[in-house]
Design a protein around this ligand. Sequence first.
Ligand SMILES: *[C@@H]1O[C@H](CO)[C@@H](O)[C@H](O)[C@H]1NC(C)=O
Ligand SMILES: *[C@@H]1O[C@H](CO)[C@@H](O)[C@H](O)[C@H]1NC(C)=O
Ligand SMILES: *[C@@H]1O[C@H](CO)[C@@H](O)[C@H](O)[C@H]1NC(C)=O
Length: 356
Amino acid sequence: MLTRLCLVCLLAVISPVLTQNWQARPDECGRKHAGISTQIVGGEPAEEYAWPWQVAMLENGEHICGASLIDPWWIITAAHCVDPCYLCTPHVFEFRVGSISLTSKTDVTQVRRASRIFTHPEYDLLDDEEDDHDIALFRMSQPFNLTHDYRVNTVCLPTEDMDDEFGAEKVATVTGWGTLQSGKSDFPDTMYQVNVPIYDQEQCNKSLNGEITDNMLCAGLPEGGGDACQGDSGGPLVALGEGNSDQYYLVGIVSWGEGCGDADSPGVYTRVTRFEDWILPIFNNNYTLDSYVPCVCPEYMSAAVIAGLTSLSILLAVSLGFNTALTIMWKKKSKKGVQDGGKGDIGHAMTDTEGT
Ligand SMILES: *[C@@H]1O[C@H](CO)[C@@H](O)[C@H](O)[C@H]1NC(C)=O
Ligand SMILES: *[C@@H]1O[C@H](CO)[C@@H](O)[C@H](O)[C@H]1NC(C)=O
Ligand SMILES: *[C@@H]1O[C@H](CO)[C@@H](O)[C@H](O)[C@H]1NC(C)=O
């Protein structure tokens, strides 16, 4: 409970310097394992190893969202997948790659814990109605092992100037373990895939009552059918690059929708091409304080504050009483005995757990 009280989190640790380019592995990203069928009919179960960057995001051991592997150290997902209560405790989030099954393993299945969370500073974590800038990055405490045969691989990140490449009618594919029907809450064990053409932006804005911003894109069939749904959130919408490219790009991140698969109600995705300027400095370890969101936990705040203040005042009263009695005894002893206040826990909650 105490770690949830982390209201002001100080950037206490200077991380090791690493520099990285926008594309972590430009020649290898987005490639698939040989022998996977590229034919997708409708919404259907995916073949094993078909989407080597698809990640299952777990919170306290439970599947909550999808995500994508963009670097051995980094996972990208939607900001709305991040419960603000856990911003100070990134290790409650785990990421699993290397299987189409949520429960069974292959010989390349791997799970890693997060050590740092970056949600977009303009995404309002406390407002459920807010959908703009729905993007988050997680740094792992250990890197994923990518395989040379692309059974586990990164997906390519599109640059800002590639926006036109992924315009209206380009066919993209969305994958994940989301519910197969709107309103259902049980996730299938097997990953599903569905092809969805990218929508015209203006048409999409009309279909969704003018709620679409430049940071979003829509994809779906005008007649309905294939769509992402609850549990697919944060997962990838990918499309092949221009020409004869055999490399897939992360065009969108599953964000929101009105129902799932309804006619003239496409799914809405975070438009990844808009976030190059946000992702790059984080990759380059140029963490600024405004992209580092403090931990806030509205549901627990009032109760926690009251409990905290109560225990503090009891502690204070007790220690004052004790102090007077023990001053003489303590005077000649330990010099750091009085330093252990409650503050220590709060500061530590946000620190990097890497290498510990
Ligand atoms: C993953 O890589 C690490 C070193 O980076 C190695 O120690 C470990 O054995 C590898 N795990 C697997 C399953 O290959
Ligand atoms: C969508 O429509 C609203 C209302 O007409 C408008 O304010 C907004 O700029 C539009 N969004 C885009 C991306 O054009
Ligand atoms: C780090 O970010 C700040 C603020 O965005 C910027 O002014 C500065 O030039 C960046 N430094 C490097 C080395 O990129």
